[in-house]
Design a protein around this ligand. Structure first.
Ligand code: BTN
Length: 243
């Protein structure tokens, strides 16, 4: 039998539509900070920008409820907190030669191919700050869609329970660091793993697509690029692609 992760407020489900939706409902009914929803199967997994998250059995599907009480403009920084927690967790399972990268805003790449994703959602604002933030994370452990990577395909044998236990600990400790010291230490550490930094990338926004050089991450988490005319531009949300 699979080990049960050592997490104080854990809701374990055989199957749900989306762990994020389940966690949102729990948050609405007063679930406490630190509650984790973990499902073995998702039948309506959600990705960013309205995409579907393909949910093969044996992969990790989890959502963490946080109540940071911080202004809504700072909440997006938590997806960088989650990305770093993912790096720290997954690195501890991987052979040293595997390259780990983070693609803005929050994809984890192994040898250049996506292996995990993060979906941040907020629940009902109480004044200037959301009542709860849901950090949803999916990790391809056993299987991945075409073109993506999984831990198994890199020779790593582990379970969603083992991964979840470490991920939870890393998430909570980086979350506390963020609460205590702000975004800058997280931003700097994230940049160490930034995929394609210094290179030309393609940026796709709802009404335009352009090519620019990826130069950094701003203090609010925006992507910083240098346009062909030398002007700097900050992108708050969009998709980026390698050229
Ligand atoms: C993305 O890269 O597009 C984000 C993917 C996030 C997927 C996870 S799986 C657990 C949680 N529940 C969901 O429905 N989505 C997130």
């Amino acid at each position: 039998m699979e080990l049960r992760p050592d997490i104080p407020k854990l809701v374990e489900l055989d199957e749900t539509g989306s762990t994020n939706d389940h966690a949102c409902q729990l948050a609405l009914h007063g679930a406490k900070e630190g509650t984790v929803v973990w499902a073995h199967r998702q039948i309506a997994g959600k990705g960013r920008q309205g995409n579907t998250w393909t949910s093969f059995e044996g992969n990790l599907y989890m959502s963490l409820i946080l109540c940071p009480g911080r202004p809504v403009q700072e909440i997006g920084q938590l997806s960088f907190v989650a990305a770093l927690a993912l790096v720290e967790t997954i690195r501890s399972f991987l052979p040293a030669q595997v390259d780990i990268g983070l693609k803005w805003p929050n994809d984890l790449l192994l040898n250049g191919k996506k292996a995990a994703g993060i979906l941040l959602e907020t629940e009902a604002a109480a004044g200037d700050s959301p009542q709860a933030v849901i950090i949803g994370i999916g990790v391809n452990i056993k299987a991945a869609p075409e073109g993506a990577n999984s831990l198994a395909s890199l020779g790593v044998e582990t379970t969603s329970a083992a991964l979840l236990e470490k991920l939870y600990k890393n998430l909570m400790s980086l979350y506390r660091l963020w609460l205590d010291t702000g975004f800058d230490p997280i931003r700097k550490e994230w940049l160490r793993y930034a995929h394609n930094i210094g290179n030309m990338i393609s940026v796709r926004l709802p009404r335009e697509t352009f090519t620019a050089k990826f130069i950094g991450i701003a203090h609010d988490g925006a992507l910083q690029v240098e346009m062909p005319d030398g002007m700097r531009r900050d992108i708050a949300s969009g998709e980026v692609f390698a050229l």
